[in-house]
Design a protein around this ligand. Structure first.
Ligand code: ATP
Ligand code: MG
Length: 395
């Protein structure tokens, strides 16, 4: 069985003075995400070597594969078996792997192959190319119908040479790409329970930002199924980060009711969202998040016109990241399916933004008109109340 995994990443993104730090973060994240899946394992060892991360002492299972598919920064990975650093042993192992691969049911047999050796030091006297050729000839002698193809082989047998024992791989599984989580700060994602916001959160986790979550809960005007759904979504998104981060829940239904009783229905949605941004900005400062994230997309709904986004943005005291601003719904749906949030996001559960909302909300609000309305209810007091009643949930 395979007892090691090779992780590859884009070296270009990690060049320069920070490289060691990025690599270390990647290695730590991989270890934590594996341990979260399979439990703590003292045999597990993570080493950084020449632009690669090698995890040793881990048994290759679907759970490990799933964990690694959630490690941002990883472009691809390969399960590996350990082989003594000895030419004959390497040849035997390469042939064995080839035979195993040829015997695998339901997969077309490869017709072309290559050996791809990398060596960390002078573990063997030969150069990588000499070894490729020598081990390649041995493999070909054992399977004469196979042709060598160095450009685009159907099977690559990879060898990572080390002093005492070396590693051999034949599979290359795509990773999620991006940058290791924790290399780009900490964000607070406004998570609604819809399709867009979980995707927005994951797109920025992909750029290396750790994410906490905030939900404005419309109870008693929306049911508990909404909160359950939001928690489930936060958990799915949370699988991409090595440290679990909480979901903050702000009771928002009563606030919305007060706003609805006092204000012009056509401006309500924008006013709710300004309240959300005020509360979110204050909470972000408290928990040391550096920016807010939303799932908005230009023109998708009435509150997402340029004018309304500007009116809403005006009260945020931190940068607001909207990674989906230029995406179509279809594209967002594809992303949601890819990241695994789709099925949960489409579960029934109405968002609180639609509470007491007008059927034809104003598409072009101005700050002035909204500020007039905000004189009709105690904005600061409601923000303070909301912050005082925030509930922190561990996921
Ligand atoms: P989503 O699919 O994420 O629900 P949406 O297309 O329904 O987005 P809106 O309902 O206008 O659009 O919400 C825009 C964004 O505002 C959401 O993506 C989310 O980031 C934030 N948001 C909306 N409602 C809530 C809520 N109840 N709690 C937290 N954030 C919210
Ligand atoms: Mg929504």
């Amino acid at each position: 069985v395979e007892r090691a995994v090779l992780l590859r990443y884009h070296e270009i993104a990690l060049k320069g003075a920070n490289r060691g730090w990025f690599e270390e973060r990647l290695a730590i994240n991989a270890r934590r995400l594996i341990e979260r899946k399979v439990g703590k394992d003292t045999a597990l060892e993570v080493a950084r070597e020449r632009g690669r991360v090698i995890i040793a002492g881990v048994e290759w299972t679907d759970a490990v594969r799933d964990a690694l598919e959630h490690v941002f920064g990883v472009t691809s990975f390969s399960p590996m078996r350990t082989v003594p650093t000895d030419k004959q042993a390497l040849k035997d192992a390469a042939i064995e792997e080839l035979k195993r691969r040829l015997a695998e049911p339901g997969r077309p047999a490869p017709r072309t192959f290559r050996i791809f050796t990398r060596r960390s030091d002078k573990a063997l006297p030969e150069t990588s190319m000499e070894l490729d050729r020598e081990i390649g000839s041995a493999v070909q002698a054992a399977a004469p119908h196979l042709a060598v193809d160095l450009e685009d082989p159907e099977l690559t047998i990879g060898i990572e040479l080390h002093h005492e024992s070396s590693y051999l791989w034949t599979e290359k599984i795509p990773g999620p790409g991006g940058l290791p989580v924790g290399t780009n700060g900490h964000l607070l994602c406004l998570l609604s329970g819809g399709l867009d916001s979980p995707v927005a959160a994951i797109q920025l986790l992909k750029r290396g930002a750790a994410t906490s979550f905030l939900h404005f809960y419309g109870a008693p005007f929306v049911g508990a199924e909404v909160l359950e759904k939001v928690e489930d979504l936060a958990r799915i998104v949370g699988r991409f980060q090595p440290e679990p981060r909480p979901l903050y829940v702000v009771p928002f239904g009563k606030i919305q009711e007060k706003i609805a009783l006092a204000t012009n229905p056509k401006l309500r949605t924008v006013i709710y969202r300004r309240m959300m941004f005020r509360i979110a900005s204050a909470l972000a400062r408290e928990i040391e998040a550096q920016a807010l994230v939303t799932g908005e997309s230009l023109g998708q709904v009435a509150s997402q016109t340029i004018e309304n986004i500007a009116t809403i943005d005006a009260v945020a005291s931190l940068p607001v990241f909207r990674p989906l601003i230029g995406f179509d719904k279809d594209e967002i749906i594809d992303l949601a399916r890819g990241w695994g949030t789709f099925e949960t996001a489409i579960r029934p559960g109405v968002d609180c933004c639609t509470l007491f909302a007008d059927r034809h909300p104003s598409l072009r609000t101005s700050e002035m008109s909204v500020e007039e309305q905000e004189k009709l209810f105690p904005v600061d007091e409601l923000v303070r109340e909301a912050l005082a009643s925030v509930e922190r949930r561990r996921l």
